[in-house]
Design a protein around this ligand. Structure first.
Ligand SMILES: Cc1cc2nc3c(=O)[nH]c(=O)nc-3n(C[C@H](O)[C@H](O)[C@H](O)COP(=O)(O)OP(=O)(O)OC[C@H]3O[C@@H](n4cnc5c(N)ncnc54)[C@H](O)[C@@H]3O)c2cc1C
Length: 410
């Protein structure tokens, strides 16, 4: 409580989830102190804006909610604050948004910086107190948190606290996952942080790396085996020195990561997703055999560059001497994936505070009065605006949970 008896809440972590929680709390006339380990807030949000800030997605709520693993309770958060609410909120900051051809929603200028600047300015005007370079290093008794500051370590007591400490990707931007240990030490169930929306490692030949690292692979389809069937998805990949990256493999990162055993797992690549296997075979047959294989692939199927080079990577290429064998390989090329790239390089994290460790208001059952929001909770989603939307929505839900808890404990 402050001097005039208003409750005071600490928000720790100034990414989208923490800033949103601070906004909702302050709008209810709560004293809000926001602490962040870095010298400024929203660093990952700013990086998210580098290639065009994909704020949310335009699809209907039913399809939208299905993008999350697990779908529940994220679907409940989205009922409270969905893509339209997010667009409306951005409009309130003077930022109009548009739906791109693929349904992705961007700010008109596609940038994160003007939105973040306007938002922080408004929060300051509303009275949120920002404390930068205050790193939370653990929990003390009751609602106390331990903060390492430029002036040494302090314990901060508040009537409630919201943790919005992010996941473990791109740790240089502030969310380094160090909280996993001290929350576990406090008895909170936390699943290990794992890379999501990440690249995967494969063993390319030196020749392939030298010639094709960095090349986009499109059009292409990729399949994972699920319940004994290959499930195909079209999209774009990028060949990298270490293996594969790009939207298609990011979107499949959760099931692919889970399929990895000690010796990796097999994926299949369709190098000609626009043609059926019989058409591929027919077109190959229509190219004179006396030509080189590269020539036949290029003339018959338009396969050249990195897609043609991929065909030569698996050992099974050496056995494909007939047109039917070659066609089968072109349509379902087996490649062995060894591992994910490290968490630090991923776009987001899977794992985090387990849902059975929090109640429906996102309050820690072990620590009443302490709430969690954002990517530090144990959900994951593909890129496409789904990540940010759930971070904002969980910030709203946690803040409303705080308000409810303060009311009940007044
Ligand atoms: C390259 C890149 C591009 C992306 N593009 C998109 C996109 O276009 N669309 C999309 O939806 N998502 C995108 N994302 C994901 C999105 O940015 C994150 O999901 C989102 O920022 C997570 O929000 P958050 O508030 O949970 O955590 P964060 O944004 O990570 O914020 C956490 C904050 O907590 C602070 N903090 C951490 N530990 C402590 C501590 N111990 N004490 C005090 N403070 C601490 C950090 O400094 C940070 O400010 C992208 C991510 C990356 C890396």
């Amino acid at each position: 409580m402050n001097a005039i008896g208003q409750p005071a809440v600490a928000v720790i972590g100034g990414g989208p989830a923490g800033l949103m929680a601070a906004e909702v709390l302050r709008a209810a006339d709560i004293e809000v102190d926001l602490y962040d380990a870095k010298a400024s807030v929203g660093r990952k949000f700013l990086i998210a804006g580098k290639g065009g800030l994909n704020l949310t997605h335009g699809e209907d709520l039913e399809h939208f909610a299905k993008r999350y693993r697990p779908q529940h309770p994220v679907d409940v958060w989205l009922k409270r604050f969905d893509a339209s609410a997010l667009r409306e909120w951005a409009r309130g900051l003077g930022i109009e948004t548009f739906v791109g051809s693929s349904g992705h929603v961007f700010p008109d200028d596609q940038k994160a910086a003007p939105l973040l600047r306007g938002w922080v300015r408004r929060l300051r005007e509303q009275g949120v107190r920002f404390h930068m370079q205050h790193r939370c290093v653990g929990l003390a008794d009751s609602q106390q948190t331990r903060l390492a500051t430029p002036d040494g370590e302090h314990s901060v007591k508040s009537d409630a606290a919201v943790f919005a400490l992010g996941g473990g990707s791109w740790p240089v931007l502030g969310s380094d996952g160090a909280w996993v240990q001290w929350l576990r030490d406090a008895g909170v169930g936390v699943d290990p942080l794992r890379p999501s929306n990440c690249g995967f490692e494969l063993d390319w030949s030196p020749h392939f790396i030298e010639r094709h690292a960095g090349d986009p692979i499109k059009p292409v389809a990729l399949a994972l085996r699920e319940d004994g069937h290959w499930r195909w998805q079209r999209g774009e990949l990028i060949a990298s020195e270490y293996g594969l990256e790009g939207g298609l493999i990011y979107a499949l990162s959760a099931p692919l990561r889970e399929a990895l055993g000690d010796d990796g797992t097999e994926i299949r690549i369709d190098l000609c997703p626009m043609l059926g296997v019989s058409e591929v075979e027919k077109r190959l047959r229509g190219t004179p055999r006396k030509r080189s294989l590269s020539e036949r692939l290029r003339r018959g199927l338009g396969l050249s560059g990195v897609r043609a080079a991929l065909l030569r990577e698996p050992t099974s290429f050496a056995d494909a001497s007939t047109d039917p064998q070659l066609s089968a390989l072109i349509k379902s090329l087996p490649l062995r994936v060894n591992s994910t790239r490290p968490l630090a390089e991923a776009i987001s994290s899977a794992g985090g505070v387990c849902f059975n460790a929090v109640d429906e208001h996102l309050m820690l059952k072990q620590r009443p009065g302490l709430f969690c929001a954002g990517e530090m909770l144990d959900w994951e989603a593909p890129t496409g605006g789904y990540l940010l939307t759930a971070c904002f929505a969980s910030g709203v839900v946690a803040a409303e949970g705080v308000l409810d808890w303060l009311r009940r404990n007044a």
